[in-house]
Design a protein around this ligand. Sequence first.
Ligand code: ATP
Ligand code: MG
Length: 379
Amino acid sequence: MTPVLPGATIGIFGGGQLGRMLTLAARVLGYHVIILDPDPKCAASAVADRVIAARFDDVAAATELANACDVITVEIEKIGADAMAAASAIVPVRPGGHVLHIIQDRARQKRWLDEHHFPLGPFWVANSASELEVAMKSAGSHAFVKSSFGGYDGRGQVRTSPRDDAEAVWSSLGASTCVVEKGLDLEGEISVMVARRPDGSCATFPPALNHHVNGVLDWSVIPAPIPSTVAREGVRIARGIAEQMDVVGLLAVELFMLRDGSLVVNELAPRPHNSFHHTEYVSLTSQFEQGIRAACDLPLGNTESIRPAAIANLFGELWLHDGATPRWEQALALPGVRMHLYGKSPRAGRKMGHVGAVGSTAEEAVALAIDARTKLTPR
Ligand code: ATP
Ligand code: MG
């Protein structure tokens, strides 16, 4: 396998904030970057050499991207199979089509994890409103019903009780295949990021502890303040998945921590992840640089974090205060606080950026990141 060396051109499927941050890391390492995204003004467009504006299932555009690049990686999993195949016939695409095929379909992803004996909470796959009704009743006091395709940031899923009208839930989620999960009593949520090279060598970041509000990541801290046995088990599971799925590139594994300390896999993402943005501040290698190294088949960087760090997400609401500007100086005046904005136009609920903070403990880092976010809010 020949590494893709600095000076070469990297293609990225997807130009959202993750694509933008991958592009910045690639540029630091001396690469050129071409983005394929439906929006010519996508977040990555400001930092990439070129954007090919096309849908993620556009085979001709994927071919054009591949012909202009030395390697391709992804920031989003919903790339069409035919587009992946066309690109892979020309240059290495990392992670490959087989990984996206499993992960982009929630039902298929669950079944794969189950067949490979990774720990999961109870789940059912429903292909009709009546199957959904049976599953919602079997799930106990409450369930999470998730459409099999296209959900993110808590969209495309609803929390239900057995008394809810399955017919209404079915149509609200687009009347297509759903995964029904038993609502679990969580001690907490963690994620593990694995990077893997074509020869199978791996590096993992220490797990992050994540806090969600209404199904959306609100803040995250690394290293997760959890027992080391739980952290080791999380890393073991995540690495096992990356190996058995033969992922080359990045794989983020979201895990639920149950009250007895055991872990079950929630879901997978074959790309950088919101819960590892703090690696930019305190890890010897950021997740973005690591993703570029893995895709280019370069030696993986050291993943040690030198201090605890947290990020808190900034949502569109912050900009929607009757035209008042967020109070940037207030947040940036806090010692150790960093800020990253994605250059997107604000909409309610949209992830617009994050603030980061370091601390001598995880708790201190989280408190400072949240304080910085609060100080940004216009009065
Ligand atoms: P994201 O894109 O933010 O990762 P998503 O829309 O793909 O999210 P999930 O990760 O499936 O959604 O779920 C979002 C959050 O909802 C979880 O992180 C967790 O807080 C809660 N949740 C989801 N499923 C369950 C469950 N079975 N039991 C308890 N909580 C759950
Ligand atoms: Mg999730």
